[in-house]
Write a protein that binds this ligand. Structure first.
Ligand code: PMP
Length: 445
């Protein structure tokens, strides 16, 4: 199997130096919060699949719902206005779930990149219907990640994900992120940095001309860019600026929705109501590719009351509102609420954050510990604390491997080690993640 994997599967994201090994490990089983590889080695999944397996790997109600739906109706398109009972029920459940965020309508997609693409397009269309066709630009945050489609890649805040595909979409501008460890202002205080970033956003908007900007897209806590939680004043500040200039706020909650930050959405965590919210990932816990853009009543009304014909949505996917995905999502949502996973995310997040800070006291390689908002955490590794020189790929690859061997799968992204375990993580398994990391660091001396 390993030989076939190396020969036939292309692993463009797995650099030999920073992946677990070359070729990567082959995972053959998942149970609870554990995964087992082809050699029978069982570890705690500190990555939660890819930030999405919130409920763990053995969710019986979801399996039952999928099996029943496969028997009843495996597929029918909702593209032409036909629909199915599951997507209607799911829309109602999502409305109830996201009502405190002011989001009442669901537009179905097949995953996170699709949700981002549709939300960005809807923003332009919204302005066009309202007679502001000149609002075509987008603002986003540096180090933000917004998926792999062309619009998403254009608003991506990490130049490494953009440059190889340029020219991308014009009209996308990236503002500084509230990243205290490294920022152009040299500011280490969270609150002061948030204010500096908000001023930079105002400056950029003035420079671009507010009447040309359609939307501001942001992750409530930056995820793939290295887990960067902003100060609590940041997202409310962005909301205020957007309101002042008639700009729509899109919350990219592909990672943060459904409890990961310790609240039911990242926007709610910061007390903000976005105009549009991108969701995917944990909506089906990994059981089915699925996503939804949640839309505020105000935005939905503009589309629905439009008589110009510009409100027709020319986008949709063959697998939008897939009945099996919708069945999985209904069951996941019910389990998510029944188990109240957000509270365990908050408690285990604190346990891991404290444990990672204790590791920082022990190992000079750890330059920064980020977390404190549920089960999204990162260690930024440097070879020199003063100069903050990013650690080399070989060393971080060795830590990654040794951590895995000691019992925990973690994720390496650049010079960061990222943790995003299932939200149902038991206390003892959180301890295993910490002890495995301890062994990982000890292994490189
Ligand atoms: N937005 C964010 C914030 C993400 O983290 C991701 C995926 N990691 C995406 C969008 C893209 O989602 P998908 O991989 O499901 O297309």
């Amino acid at each position: 199997l390993k030989e076939h994997n190396a020969r036939h599967l292309w692993h463009p994201m797995a650099h030999p130096a920073d992946s677990l090994a070359n070729p990567p490990d082959i995972i053959v089983e998942g149970e609870g919060v554990h995964i087992t590889d082809v050699d029978g080695h069982r570890t705690v999944d500190g990555v939660g699949g890819l930030w999405n397996v919130n409920l763990g790997y053995s969710c019986q109600p979801v399996k039952d719902a999928i099996a029943a739906q496969l028997d009843r109706l495996p597929y029918y398109s909702i593209f032409r206005g036909t629909t199915n009972d599951n997507v209607i029920e799911l829309a109602e459940r999502l409305r109830d779930f996201f009502a405190p965020d002011g989001l009442t309508r669901a537009f179905y997609t097949s995953g996170g990149s699709d949700s981002v693409e549709i939300a960005l397009r809807l923003a332009r269309q919204y302005h066009k219907i309202r007679g502001e066709a000149g609002r075509v630009k987008y603002l986003s945050v540096k180090k933000g990640y917004h998926g792999t489609h062309t619009l998403g890649a254009s608003v991506n805040g990490n130049a490494n994900f953009r440059t190889q595909y340029e020219p991308l979409m014009p009209g996308c501008y990236h503002v500084p992120s509230p990243y205290t460890y490294r920022n152009p202002f040299g500011e280490t205080d969270h609150e002061k940095l948030a204010q500096l970033c908000l001023s930079a956003i105002e400056d950029e908007i003035k420079f671009q001309d507010p009447s040309t900007i359609a939307a501001f897209i942001m992750e409530p806590v930056l995820g793939a860019g290295g887990v960067i939680p902003p100060h609590e004043s940041f997202m409310p500040g962005v909301r205020e600026i957007c309101d002042k200039h008639g700009i729509l706020l899109i919350a990219d909650e592909v990672i943060t929705a459904f409890g990961r930050t310790g609240d039911w959405s990242g926007s709610r965590h910061w007390g903000v109501k976005p105009d549009l919210m991108c969701t995917a990932k944990a909506i089906t816990n990994g059981y089915f590719p699925f996503g939804a853009v949640m839309i505020s009543e105000g935005v939905a009304e503009v589309f629905e009351q439009d008589t110009s014909g510009k409100g027709a949505i020319g986008s949709g996917y063959t697998y939008s509102g897939h009945p099996v995905g919708a069945a999985a999502a209904i069951a996941c949502l019910a389990e998510t609420e029944r188990l109240n996973v957000k509270d365990n995310a908050a408690a285990r997040g604190k346990q891991l954050f404290d444990g990672l800070n204790a590791l920082k006291d022990k190992y000079d390689l750890i330059g920064d510990v980020r977390g404190g908002h549920g089960l999204m955490l990162a260690l930024e590794l440097v070879s020199d604390q003063g100069a903050k020189t990013p650690i080399d790929k070989k060393t971080i690859g060795a830590i990654h491997r040794a951590t895995y061997e000691a019992g925990a799968m973690v994720r390496v992204s650049g010079n960061n080690i990222i943790l995003s375990p299932p939200l149902v993580l038991p206390e003892a398994d959180a301890r295993t993640i910490l002890s495995a990391l301890d062994a990982g660091f000890a292994s490189v001396g």
